[in-house]
Unconditional design. Sequence first.
Length: 38
Amino acid sequence: MSNDPTHQFLIQKIVPIEVGGIDFSFTNASLFMAASAA
């Protein structure tokens, strides 16, 4: 496994939610946004 400097910026789905064909997934980015707002 090589060191990829952009690996920290990958968006990963934590809780995949899809309603009516629209993706409302809870991702790692939304987790950190919620943690910083709390």
